[in-house]
Design a protein around this ligand. Sequence first.
Ligand code: BES
Ligand code: ZN
Ligand code: ZN
Length: 479
Amino acid sequence: MMIETKLTSKKPARSELHAIAVCSDQLDSIDLDVDKKTLKLTGFDAAAGQISITQSSSGPCGLIGMGASEGITDTTFRQAGTVLARATKGFKQISVDFSSLLVEGVSARSATQALVEGLYLGAYEYTKLKSDPKPTQLQLVSIVGSGREMGSGLDRGISTSRGVNLARDLVNQPGGELTPVVFARIATKIAKEHGLSIKVLDAPAIKKAKMGGLLGVNRGSTQQPRFVQLTYRPKKASKKHLALVGKGITFDAGGLSIKTAQGMSTMKCDMGGAAAVLGTMSVLSDLSFPTRVTGYIPLTDNMLGGDATRPGDVLKIRNGKTVEVLNTDAEGRLVLADALSLASESKPNGIIDLATLTGACMVALGNEYAGLMGTDSDLINQLKEASEATGEGIWELPLPVSYRAQLDSDVADMKNIGGSYGGAITAGLFLKEFVAEGTPWAHIDIAGPAFADTPWGNHPKGGTGYGVRLLLNFIENYG
Ligand code: BES
Ligand code: ZN
Ligand code: ZN
C-alpha cells in the first residue's frame, strides 16, 4: 500500500473526489454544493461512521458523518478516515476537508493524526498471497489545512499506522512461513532500518541463558527457537528505562495437550504480542520519543513432535523457579517467564508484557477489550489513560494473592495451570512469579483483540495490530 498523505492549503485541482466531514447539527446550516433533500432521502443524517458519495457541480463529492458536534473525539476522526478510505478505493487522488470541525476543544494535531491513522488502517488489506489481488487505487490523499500542529499530526499518523500495519502483516503471515528464525530475520531488518540495536539468541545461546521455559516449549518442534532483544536509545540520554515483552508463539498447536481443529485454526495469531512489541519499537526513532525502551521477544512454535514436553515434566525457568507442566497448551506463560526474568535483571522502571495468553480472557471481555493486570497502580493507570486516548480497549482484572494456591504443585515450585475458573487471572499470577520484587509490572492479555474473526472498527478480518497505538501513546507520556 503506497498511499501518500499530505497537507494542502486548498482543494487541489487534480483531486478526483473531495470529501467534507460534517457533524449532524451542522447539516442543515452548512453550505454544501449537493442537494440536501436527496441526501436526506438516502438516509444520510451525518451520524458518526456514515459516508455518502454524491455528485456536486464540481465533481464527485464525499460527505462524512461525524455525529453530534459535542460528541466528537479522536475516535470519530479515526473512524472518518477509515470509512473514507474504504468508500473511495477506486479513486486515485482524493482530498478531504474537516476544517469546520476544528473548533475549540478539538486539537488539530490529534484530529489530523487520528484521521490519517484511520485512512491507513482502513485501507489495509493482506493480499500478499492472492494471485489476483484488487488493491486500493488510492495514491494520494490531500488534507485541507496547514501549520505545525497539523503537520506533526500527519507525521505521527503515518508513523503509528506503519507500526500497526507491520504488526498486522506479521500476525497474518502463515505460521508455517513465519517461523522463529524468519521472525528474527525480519526483526533484524527492522532494527537496521529504524535505528535499534538488536541481539538474537539461537538455541545454544538460549540454553546458555538458562531459558528452560522457552526450550521446554520448543522441544516438540523441528523449528529452531530464537530470543530477540531490541533496544531503542533516544538521542538525549533518558532517565527512564522501559521493558516490553511480547509472547512470540509463531504457531500454537497446543503441544501434546493438543487443541481442537477449530481452536487451532487461528493460532498463527499467537505471536500477536511479539508483533505489537516489534511494531511499536519500529516507530520509536521516527517519533524521537525520550525514553529508552528494550523489547524482549521469545520465539518458538508449540508443536507435538516425538520428544515434546510431556504433561508432568518439570522445567526450570531462568530465575531458578521450577514449573510442573500439566497442560502443554499453557505454553505462553512458560516462554514469558524466561523473558520476564531476563527483563527484570536490567532493573527497568517498568515492564509491560503483551500476550495472546488465555481463552478465559476472551470469554470475560470479548474481542474489543484486552485484560490488564499488574503490580503497580501508576503503571496501570497510565495504561488506562493510553487506552482512553487511543480507543484501544483495556479492562483491569484483579490479581488476588488468595488465588495463588491454585498454582501449587506437588513436585515443583508451581504448576502451569490453575483451576477451572478465573484462567486469565491465574495466568497473570503465574507471570508475576517471574518479575523481580519491586519492579513495576503490567500484563496485557490480548487473546481477544489481537485477531479479528469478523471485521470491526478499522480492522479487516485477521491481525489487528492491537497494542501498538496503545503502547506508543503510553511511551510518549511516560518519559
Ligand atoms: N494461545 C492460547 C490462548 C488463546 C486462545 C489466544 C484463543 C487467542 C485465542 C494459549 O496458549 C492457550 O492455549 N491457553 C490455554 C490455557 C489453559 C490450558 C490453561 C487456554 O486459554 O485454553
Ligand atoms: Zn496454548
Ligand atoms: Zn498460546
